[in-house]
Each structure stands twice: as C-alpha cells, then as structure tokens.
Design a protein around this ligand. Structure first.
Ligand code: GLA
Length: 341
C-alpha cells in the first residue's frame, strides 16, 4: 500500500495528531503514513504544567520519544488558549486574577521550559489558538469586534496576541510560529483572523503561518471558500498549514441550528456516504496541490476513525467516520482519492 506522506513528499508534510495511547495502538500506521506528529492533548498547558512550577512530561515524552525513534518532526500545540489551561495559570492563591505582568511572565516561563525541552523535536508552534470570536457567540463573549472575551483579554488586554508571539520568538527564534483557529474559511471569521495576523505583521512581530484547523462537514467549506481563505492569508506573505483536518459525515450545522434536526446516526459507514467523503477529500487535495508553495503541512486530527474525537462530539455516543483510515485502521476510499493523482 502506498504511503500517504511519500505520495506528498514533493508537496507538503502530512501530519497526524496522536494521543499517548495511540502510540501503542497505531504505531505502524503513524510511522508508515505521516511525517509530522502533533500531540492531541499532551503538549497543552493543563497537561504539562498542572500546578505552578510543577511540570509533568510523562505522556508528552511517550509521544516525543516515538517521534524521535522514527525521525518524525513534531508540531507544537499549543500555548495561549482559553481552553485546557490549568485554572491556576490566571489566578493568585485567593483565586483572583493576577496582574498583566505576572501573567506574561508565567507565559514566558512556561514557553521557556517546554520550548527548550523539545527544541530539537518541534518544527513549529501554534502560539495562540482560537482567539477570534464566533458569529454566533453571545455578545457577552465578545471582547471587541475581533476577539473573544477570555482571561487573556481580561488580564492582558487586546495586545495579548502580540505579547505572546513576541515572547515565543524571543524564547525560540528557530521554530516557525503560527496563529491557529477553526471556521477559518468562513468569510466573516476569515477577515477577523486576517486582521489580527496583519496587526502582528504591522507591529513588526514575527508570525510565519496561519493554522487552518479544517474541521469540516460535507459541503462546508466549499472549495471556493477554502481557496479564498488560503489566498487571503497567503496575501500577507505567510504560509498556511491545515492543522486539525477531519471531515465529519454529518451535517452538524443542522445540529447547532435553531431548527434542530439531528442527522441520521450511522452504525456503519454507508457506501454512498463513504464515496461522497472520498470525493470531497479528493477534490480538496487536488486544490491543495496547486498551492504547494504556500501550504507547509496538512495534518489529520487523529490517526483513524476508531479514535476520532468526533465519536461523541457534538452528539454524545454517536459514531463518526471523518478520517482516511477506518476503525479497523485500513484505508478507506478517501485514502485512495487522496493518494491517487
Ligand atoms: C480544537 C483544538 C484542539 C482539539 C480540537 C478537538 O480545535 O485546537 O486542540 O482540542 O479542538 O479535539
């Protein structure tokens, strides 16, 4: 069987997000098909620094050691985010928010320890994750016309992204630095992302690429939306990386909408749905190949349908089939539509 990353060696890296248990269950699949690895959760602040100054790299090292043994470079994910931060990070021992300068020095200390430890392993870092607010977010969740309200905006203010990138660049001038977000292809959100990234560039702060998470549904995004987003970010002189790709077989927009109309639940993947998924993957990868000078990597979020985070999200207990490899770890039609070109 053909290797996914070998098929793309003249185009861009093909990566995968893995958990520590995936190293035991998916080792062959990972080393055969992928030439970049992201820790699904194991490099996030809540895992590596659960208590002030107490770092725990047990799970992270399991993944990084596997990557080292197999000579696979790693993506670093992530530092500044409103989720999966340990509570203590923002507060003093009475539970009150700390000062701006104290939070920024916690960010620096955290980056120093983690970036230093993995400086020979990690080729790029998602420095800031998901800072832009969503169209449907309640007004109280908005900080201004661009940013979501979070402890970062409350404590640091609207320059927290600039500060985070400055610190990351000082601590690790060699790794590529990214801003990473989801629904990055929707025109409204795309323009907000564009604005904060442009602000970094205009402020003379280094950013190398935009992370387009790429959590897709059928027909969402359209090929044109995706192309426009790639071109918009690239127009700033930046690279892009598809950082968390999966293609849900459900149209969850319905699930989220007021007209709540749940999708059918597939106990097994129907052949016509598998075919539709293969066609969408094939069409998008054909377009990605046109942009090989701009796209640095395309990364799947989880190695196989067996361990996709979408089994259970957003509908608890519902199986999904979003990846190129099935629950049996075997290639699906989508795999062949991506490698045969
Ligand atoms: C976001 C985050 C990832 C991960 C996925 C869902 O997109 O960036 O770290 O948590 O959600 O698993």
């Amino acid at each position: 069987m053909e290797s996914l990353c070998k098929a793309y060696e003249n185009y861009f890296k093909i990566g995968v997000a893995v958990s520590a248990p995936n190293i035991d269950t998916h080792a062959d699949l990972i080393r055969t098909h992928f030439n970049s690895i992201t820790c699904e959760n194991e490099m996030k602040p809540c895992v590596v620094q659960p208590k002030p100054g107490v770092f725990d790299f047990t799970k992270t090292d399991k993944i990084v050691n596997f990557a080292r043994e197999n000579h696979i470079p790693m993506r670093g994910h992530t530092f500044v985010w409103h989720n999966q931060m340990p509570k203590w990070f923002f507060t003093d021992d009475k539970g009150a928010f700390i000062s701006r300068s104290m939070l920024l020095s916690r960010v620096r200390e955290h980056m120093q320890v983690v970036m230093e430890r993995y400086k020979d392993d990690v080729w790029c870092w998602d420095v800031v994750n998901e800072a832009v607010f969503d169209d449907d977010a309640a007004p109280e969740k908005r900080y201004n016309d661009t940013l979501r309200r979070s402890p970062w905006t409350e404590i640091v203010g609207d320059d927290f992204i600039v500060q985070a990138f400055k610190i990351a660049n000082e601590v690790n001038p060699d790794a590529k630095l990214l801003y990473n977000d989801y629904c990055e292809y929707l025109p409204n959100k795309r323009e907000r992302i564009y604005k904060i990234v442009k602000n970094l560039i205009d402020s003379g702060v280094r950013i190398d690429a935009v992370g387009m998470q790429s959590h897709w549904h059928f027909d969402d995004p359209t090929l044109d939306m995706e192309r426009e987003a790639i071109e918009r970010y690239a127009s700033l002189g930046l690279k892009v990386q598809m950082t968390e790709m999966d293609l849900s077989v459900y149209e969850d927009k319905k699930f989220y909408s007021e007209l709540h109309q749940p999708d059918p639940e597939y106990a097994a993947l129907p052949p016509e749905v598998e075919e539709r998924q293969a066609q969408m993957y094939g069409k998008f990868f054909a377009m990605f190949r046109e942009y090989k000078d701009v796209i640095e990597s395309v990364n799947f979020w989880n190695p196989s349908d067996e361990v996709s985070w979408l089994n259970g999200f957003p509908v608890p207990g519902r199986k999904n089939y979003p990846l190129l490899f099935g629950a049996d770890h075997k290639p699906k039609k989508a795999f062949y539509s991506v490698v045969n070109f």
